[in-house]
Design a protein around this ligand. Sequence first.
Ligand code: NDP
Length: 455
Amino acid sequence: MDFDLFVIGGGSGGVRCARIASGHGARVGVAEERFWGGTCVNVGCVPKKLLVQAGEYGAWADDAAGFGWTIKKGPHDWGKLIAAKDKEIDRLNGIYRRLLANAGVEIFDARATLIDAHTLDVGGKRITAETIVIATGGHPERPAIPGAALGIISDDTFYLPVMPKTIAIVGSGFIAVEFAGIFQALGAEVHLIYRQPLPLRGFDQDLREGLAEALTAQGVILHPSCSPESVAANGDGRILTFGGGQTLAVDTVFFATGRRPMTERMGLENAGVTVSPSGAVIVDQNLRTATPNIYAIGDVTDRINLTPFAIAEGHALADTLYGKNPRSASLDNVPAAVFSTPPIGTVGLTEEQAAARGPVDVYVAKFTPMRHTLSGRARKTMMKLVVDQATQRVLGAHMLGEDAPELIQGIAIAVVMGATKADFDRTIGIHPTAAEEFVTMRTRTRVSGVAQAAE
Ligand code: NDP
């Protein structure tokens, strides 16, 4: 065999797996056909957050007047922002490549496909490996409607030559609500078209309601309970038909309608690797596919599609296979953030999930953050704890508001450790912060779940 381990895909999960395996002494190769660092570094988390921050500066410039500053805000230069972002992403690409090279991993800038369970075609070259890890991630998907190709996808947003003045964003998942905030903050008229009554299906109801209010307060025009029907060209612009024949003329239609695992034309069938109807590689709890020497990690398995989770899986798999340390990443209590405006941080169960298991005490706090008492910006913060009534363990912590992702990371440690409401209560707050609210929520807002009817 040419390699002990061959990793297909140089994204966050694949790179971590390759590096750690090499560190444990395995002979490792990794192939990437597009860009090192994958979605997160190139067309996802990292550039997205830079765009979010670009929007925040505009809002801060407006807010400063309430604190006595006179700031004249000029127009935003999209081209300058994208050029600065591109430079930073180039730097990160280089770091990812160097990390692999320094770890002694052999790098292939090529597409890899499976010929059989131990043989790959890597850019026209035959390579054999004892073990193979599929870490190819996913790609954005447009809905199957007429004219869908006239709409952009998230990959395109990072390279738009000009910022659209009007944009219709279809969907209300992570990507849709994050970009609604970005484009609105940078000066566009933003329409959000989604088929649920509230954005972010699957998130806690209070967060969803709070986000809908926040988007409206920010000026995003919401079109709930509407599905897209077709897109047509209108000169350089687009006409979106949606929600039973309504039309909207905009510069750009952006489909943020989900992602699909990258498993097409990879020769998976040659190696006996099976996929689900949605194209996800099927794995067992040890990340093993239907073929015993082939594993899959990260978004390509379509379970928890978050970069840090793919990294945790890649690391655990390398430790298991080559580090004499069998372990796995837990699917429970994985914290997540949505970089909406303001952002969301969340860990553990939603009220609805927890209540389905048994009675829960729910604590909710809503307030205007201190900064906005002077800035005058209509922006609220919402924090919520979901507590198991029997054990008093905190099952879920949710926040919508400035710095929510930063704050929930710390709260997540407590939740993972099994902290109780009493543990939160005996922790002294840091004053004046928004975070202290998490340890000063004394009065239960409501009881939810099975016992609710009995009370
Ligand atoms: P999501 O799965 O989060 O959301 C997809 C959205 O598209 C939903 O609102 C869904 O509606 C809607 N949708 C799907 N198909 C159609 C259709 N045919 N017509 C109309 N609407 C449709 O996907 P995203 O693309 O936003 O993000 C993909 C994943 O990437 C996320 O789930 C997340 O795991 C990850 N991600 C994480 C981020 C972070 O950590 N901050 C940021 C960005 C992405 P409905 O709810 O009705 O199904």
